[in-house]
Ligand binder design. Structure first.
Ligand code: 5GP
Ligand code: MN
Length: 336
């Protein structure tokens, strides 16, 4: 294990640094990674972000995005860079299985590994950890890592601030979730002072949808939404064929589950989608209901109490059946 003084010493010299994040990166994954990237390059480090897979187009405007390497599209180069790195930052995930094939490459690399994350139950693969499950976003932790642990608030420039603002905004569902504390709002205020143009970021992320995506959302809400009143649960399921029909791209399904959760009285919402090789579940809940417990126990997944995900190798129909069969076990909690 490294202590912060040793890590600070190491970072005082230019290093070869890889920053990586979970597969199918979301706004917090890319926002926190590029926020840290923009900070490190100011300090003269040879830094590079490697994303395990591609990510949605509404994140491509982030400062530094043109320098991101996608592992699945540049496997050999990525493997070489990971093997040669001095330091690997692992952001917004805490289990190497979350970065697919890259996991073993990271594990085998002699680089020092730094985990910055806010998910439960971290795997023990890191040399230094800045981890707090109460943080609303990994971007919040990157901010405190730079300002408090590395003591460089002066280096939070407009690019760093823009990326971190995006991470906090997306992971807190636009500052709505219970973990959007006053401390988070103070950080967000600092980020705006440092040059993050808040209204522009909202527009770039949320006001930038393709026509197909919006029509697909309409289809899901009018044709695919199922309400299980007995369990205060709402469910939307989508087949491969439907994804194809609406020319759905990476990220187009993100957030649809929240519409199901927004219905009065609904405590648990599920979005179940048939992907190429597996069925993916996204669960959202309100209050104390443990969506992550269902994902962990039944769908090889996990996440936060109110936002969790998992997967199934059964057919879509079977997965939906299984999800419905689980609900009686949670009935008391669901109807409270
Ligand atoms: P989403 O529904 O947006 O895919 O994921 C919601 C949350 O659940 C995220 O915080 C994500 O980290 C977590 N999550 C999603 N899928 C998985 C999974 O397969 N395994 C684990 N451990 N967590 C997941
Ligand atoms: Mn996150």
């Amino acid at each position: 294990m490294l202590d912060i003084a040793s890590l600070r010493d190491i970072l005082n010299q230019p290093q070869k640094i890889i920053i990586t994040t979970h597969h199918k990166p979301d706004g917090d994954a890319m926002g926190s990674s590029l926020g840290l990237y923009n900070y490190l390059i100011q300090q003269g480090h040879h830094a590079r972000v490697i994303a395990p897979t591609d990510y949605p187009e509404f994140l491509w405007w982030l400062p530094g995005n043109e320098e991101v390497t996608i592992y699945t599209e540049n496997t050999e180069l990525s493997a070489q860079l990971i093997a040669d790195a001095d330091i690997i930052f692992c952001l917004d995930f805490n289990n190497l299985s979350r970065i697919n094939d890259m996991g073993e490459l990271v594990r085998q690399s002699s680089a020092k590994k730094v985990m910055i994350d806010h998910h439960l139950e971290p795997e023990d693969f890191d040399d230094y950890r800045h981890w707090n499950i109460n943080a609303c976003a990994t971007a919040q932790l990157v901010y405190t890592f730079i300002t408090e642990q590395l003591q460089r608030p002066d280096l939070v420039d407009a690019d760093v601030a823009t990326c971190l603002y995006t991470g906090i905004m997306t992971d807190s569902a636009s500052f709505r979730l219970p973990n959007t504390t006053s401390a988070v709002h103070r950080i967000v205020a600092d980020l705006i002072d440092a040059g993050a143009v808040n209204y522009r970021i909202h527009e770039l992320v949320y006001g930038n949808q393709s026509e197909n995506r919006l029509r697909f959302l309409g289809f899901c809400l009018s044709n695919k939404l199922e309400i299980l009143r007995e369990y205060n649960t709402a469910l939307i399921s989508v087949t491969k064929e439907e994804l194809k029909r609406f020319e759905s791209n990476t990220g187009d399904t993100e957030g649809i589950v929240n519409y199901a959760l927004s219905i009065t009285g609904i405590r648990l919402a599920a979005f179940i989608v048939e992907r190429t090789d597996l069925v993916k579940l996204s669960l959202r809940s309100t209050g104390e209901f443990p969506a992550n417990e269902i994902c962990k126990k039944y769908f090889k997944g996990g996440g936060h109490r109110n936002a969790a995900g998992g997967q199934s190798v059964d057919s879509l129909e079977m997965t939906i059946q299984r999800f419905k069969q689980i609900l009686p076990e949670y009935k008391t909690l669901l109807i409270q």
